[in-house]
Design a protein around this ligand. Structure first.
Ligand code: NAG
Ligand code: NAG
Length: 283
């Protein structure tokens, strides 16, 4: 029976469809490339590739790291870092960074520097020493529809933001009622630089998003976000796409499960009939 040969494959497929989905982690937030270009095939290109490889490899073991790739001349020295969201496990972190590296590679072809933020991780490379330098440049600001929060919710929003601003550590979460907030710095900032950066992001959220029911403020080295209902996925362009993917995956998983089930029944029946035949022959 042909189906026997298919069975291990089907079971494998089933397993791969039931592993946890990382769709919101993968959502694209922003990306940018420096205007300066390097020559294809140059030593500089080797250093960039070496940084990319280091980022992707290191993300299997830690949620933050920085790298320096020394070229033959000082101009060809490239720096890089990655930072995963504080709640990701090592598998999710390494998948996110691998995806970010591949996306940044296609986004910033031959660019001397570039940065990319997915929902779950941030990566950056450049030949300027940005490592350990606080940078509060606004990279992305997004606010929900204005004056959506009730005065009660607004009070909770401010409490959530105040808590984020006061807490130490590079990854901070807070909630009050149904208002949720999250803030994070890249791991190269000191505790006090991180707090200063997050305070700045929070201040901007309050003044620039007003009473909006959600807000995202991404500065170069930290971000702060809040939302009513805790859905932080409004920022990602890929969300609808990912939701569709999730639906398709679920449907496929059910389908594959059914096929595997039927295959098992067929095996069982053929086994039974063999046993029966043997039994008859034996008589
Ligand atoms: C960075 O790389 C570009 C392109 O190779 C080069 O023109 C520039 O001088 C470099 N900057 C530094 C600080 O090395
Ligand atoms: C960069 O990485 C090295 C080695 O992992 C570490 O000692 C150093 O503190 C890091 N620098 C920054 C700015 O994070």
């Amino acid at each position: 029976m042909r189906i026997f040969h298919l069975l291990p494959f089907l079971i494998l497929m089933f397993l791969s469809f039931t592993t946890p989905s990382t769709s919101s982690t993968d959502s694209f937030i922003f990306g940018g490339c420096s205007q300066v270009k390097f020559l294809p095939g140059s030593d500089y290109e080797n250093q960039v590739n070496s940084i990319f490889t280091s980022l992707a490899n290191s993300a299997m073991f830690t949620s933050y790291n920085n790298f320096t790739s020394q070229g033959s001349s000082s101009q060809d020295t490239v720096y890089g870092l990655f930072q995963c969201r504080g709640d990701l496990n090592s598998g999710q972190c390494s998948r996110c960074v691998a995806l970010a590296v591949s996306r940044l590679g296609t986004l910033c072809v031959n660019s001397a520097g570039g940065a990319l933020q997915l929902d779950g991780c941030f990566i950056k490379y450049d030949n300027l020493t940005f490592l350990g330098v606080e940078d509060k440049t606004v990279v992305l600001k997004k606010c929900g529809p204005s004056t959506e929060l009730t005065s009660d919710a607004l009070t909770r929003r401010d409490a959530v933001l105040a808590y984020l601003g006061a807490s130490t550590g590079s990854y901070k979460v807070s909630s009050s009622g149904n208002v949720y907030g999250v803030a994070q710095c890249t791991g190269d900032l000191s505790m006090s630089e991180c707090q200063d950066c997050v305070s700045d992001a929070i201040q901007r959220l309050k003044t620039e998003c007003g009473g909006a029911n959600w807000g995202d403020m991404y500065l170069a080295k930290c971000y702060a976000r809040y939302s009513e209902g805790g859905d932080h996925s409004h920022g990602g362009k890929d969300d609808d796409h990912n939701k569709n993917d999730e639906e398709i995956q679920k449907t496929l998983a059910i389908l594959v499960g059914l096929i595997a089930g039927v295959a098992l029944i067929i095996i069982f029946i053929s086994f039974l009939s063999k046993v029966c035949r043997k039994h008859k022959e034996g008589k």
